[in-house]
Write a protein that binds this ligand. Structure first.
Ligand code: SAH
Length: 251
C-alpha cells in the first residue's frame, strides 16, 4: 500500500506551513444567495442537459447531481453556477464548464458500469476544488494538485464544509505528478500543455487512463485520452476544448 498524505498534503520540498509566504488572497466562495432551496432542481436541470449532450454514465451523472457547484463560485456569479459555462475563480483561472467536467470524468472511468468507483485519481489543476469534489464520488481517493497557492487555499476553504475524507489537496507543480499517490487508476488535467508529461504516464497504473487537454499542431487544444495496457501506451485525440494553460513551477 502506498502512503496517503493527510489533508492537505505537502509535497516533498514544498515549504512547511511556518515558512510560507503569505498567499495571494482569494476569498472563499461565500454562502449562496439567490438560489435558496431550489438549488437541487436547478442542478437536476443542469444534469439533464449534460445527459442530453451525450454523457450517459450513471456514476458521473449522480456525482454531478450531488455536488453543489454554486458553493465554488463567487456570490456575484451564483446565478450562473448551473449554466454550462466556465466562470472566473480569481488569479486569471476559471472553474471548468460542467459539461466538460462530466465528459472528461466519463472518459476517465471508461466502460460504464464496470465498477462502482475507480481507484486512486490524480487531478492536475485544483482551481476552486469543484472537479475534485465531483471526482470524490467516483474514485476511491482523489489527489488534487494546484500550482497557485491562493487557489490551493481557496479550494481548501471551499471543500472544508463538504468533509470529503478521500480528497487530498496538494500545493505544487502537477507536471511532476505526485509520486506518493502513484500508481493512479486515472489522471485528469484541467490545464492544457504542449504534451502530456512523462511523469504522468510513469505514475499511471496498468489499465489506467489519462484524460487531458493538449495543444495540437494547429495551436488549438484537443482532449487526449492515453491508456496504459500491459505497459504499452495508446493515445486517442478527441474533440477540441478550451482550458487555461498548463504552467510549470509554483506561484
Ligand atoms: N479543476 C478546476 C479547474 C481549474 S482551472 C475546476 O474544478 O473547475 C485549471 C487550474 O490548473 C488553474 O487553477 C491553474 O493554476 C492550474 N494549473 C496550471 N498548471 C498547473 C500545474 N503545472 N500544476 C498544478 N496546477 C496547475
Amino acid at each position: 500500500m502506498s502512503r496517503r498524505p493527510g489533508f492537505p498534503a505537502r509535497l516533498p520540498g514544498a515549504p512547511a506551513p511556518a515558512e510560507r509566504k503569505p498567499a495571494a488572497v482569494v476569498a472563499p466562495a461565500t454562502a449562496p444567495r439567490g438560489l435558496g432551496l431550489d438549488s437541487q432542481a436547478v442542478r437536476a436541470n443542469m444534469v439533464q442537459k449534460i445527459a442530453a449532450q451525450g454523457v450517459s454514465d450513471a456514476r458521473v451523472l449522480a456525482a454531478m447531481n450531488a455536488v453543489e457547484r454554486h458553493r465554488f463560485v463567487d456570490s456575484a456569479l451564483v446565478n450562473q453556477a448551473y449554466e454550462d459555462t466556465s466562470l472566473p475563480i480569481g488569479l486569471g483561472q476559471t472553474i471548468s464548464k460542467p459539461g466538460v467536467v462530466a465528459r472528461m470524468i466519463e472518459l476517465l472511468l471508461g466502460a460504464p458500469g464496470a465498477k462502482a468507483r475507480c481507484g486512486r485519481v490524480l487531478e492536475v489543476g485544483t482551481g476552486c476544488g469543484y472537479q475534485a469534489a465531483v471526482l470524490s464520488h467516483v474514485a476511491s481517493e482523489v489527489y488534487s494538485i494546484e500550482r497557485l497557492r491562493g487557489l490551493h487555499e481557496r479550494a481548501r476553504a471551499n471543500l472544508r464544509a463538504f468533509r470529503l475524507a478521500n480528497v487530498h489537496l496538494l500545493f505544487g507543480d502537477g507536471m511532476a505528478g505526485f509520486a506518493q499517490g502513484a500508481p493512479y487508476a486515472g489522471i485528469i488535467a484541467a490545464a492544457g500543455g504542449e504534451a502530456v508529461p512523462a511523469t504522468w504516464t510513469d505514475q499511471l497504473a496498468d489499465g489506467g487512463r489519462i484524460v487531458a487537454p493538449m495543444v495540437m499542431a494547429n495551436r488549438q487544444q484537443a482532449l487526449v485520452v492515453i491508456e496504459k495496457n500491459a505497459g504499452r501506451l495508446s493515445q486517442s485525440i478527441l474533440e477540441s476544448v478550451h482550458f487555461v494553460p498548463l504552467k510549470s513551477g509554483i506561484a
